[in-house]
Design a protein around this ligand. Structure first.
Ligand code: 5GP
Length: 193
């Protein structure tokens, strides 16, 4: 998605050859116009997938997931990283090791909001080693629903997440695919679309 790649080139910062900082438009400040375009792009790519619901992970998945859900006219729900006092029963849970925080979080989702038999689109901000996305697939499947696709805003294609998801049979659509991160140059995977 050219608009997203341009934004990453203009406002993204490579903290190392592994980590990209995009707090100017996705992870801290959020650009709503870009999020709307992202929502339209995911909706277009998954329009034939008969999606019933979107599942994401708090907090940075919420903005792109919500814009996609709005565009598709379906509900979305975000998995939580901490237990909430008001959200305790009927949870499905999975352990996710965080690439950026280097700690394990137990993520959870209420069975009330992902129903057996539903076709779910998982959306997340980044794909690195695939831990977060795989944790979300575990939650969706534990709730008895089917993962109909995984939509990623920024994929770091030099890390193994994409291959892990594809190996397990999931369809992955990433809007920006980073081939290489360097301090003053970010290169993208060339995709024929
Ligand atoms: P994974 O679970 O695929 O290893 O990593 C994905 C999660 O880690 C995303 O939900 C995102 O929050 C975070 N993450 C991974 N790599 C990066 C990165 O380069 N930049 C930022 N901002 N977050 C990242």
């Amino acid at each position: 998605m050219k608009q997203l790649e341009d934004k990453i080139r203009e406002e993204g910062r490579a903290l190392s050859d592994q980590v990209l900082k995009v707090d100017a438009f996705l992870n801290h400040q959020v650009d709503p116009v870009l999020m709307q375009a992202i929502g339209k792009e995911f909706a277009e790519r998954f329009k034939d997938a008969n999606i019933d619901r979107i599942v994401t992970l708090e907090s940075s998945g919420i903005a792109p997931a919500m814009m996609t859900a709005l565009e598709m006219g379906i509900p979305f729900v975000f998995a939580r990283k901490r237990k909430s006092l008001t959200l305790q029963d009927d949870l499905v849970e999975a352990d996710v090791y965080s690439f950026t925080k280097q700690e394990t979080n137990r993520i959870s989702l209420s069975r009330r909001f992902v129903l057996p038999g539903e076709r779910v689109l998982i959306i997340d901000d980044f794909l690195a080693n695939g831990e977060a996305a795989l944790g979300l697939t575990q939650l969706v499947e534990a709730a008895g629903a089917k993962v109909a696709g995984v939509g990623i805003v920024i994929e770091k294609s030099f890390q193994p997440g994409r291959d892990k998801l594809i190996e397990r049979g999931y369809r992955v659509e990433s809007l920006a695919r980073i081939a290489k991160l360097e301090k003053d140059h970010i290169s993208f995977v060339e995709v024929a679309r």
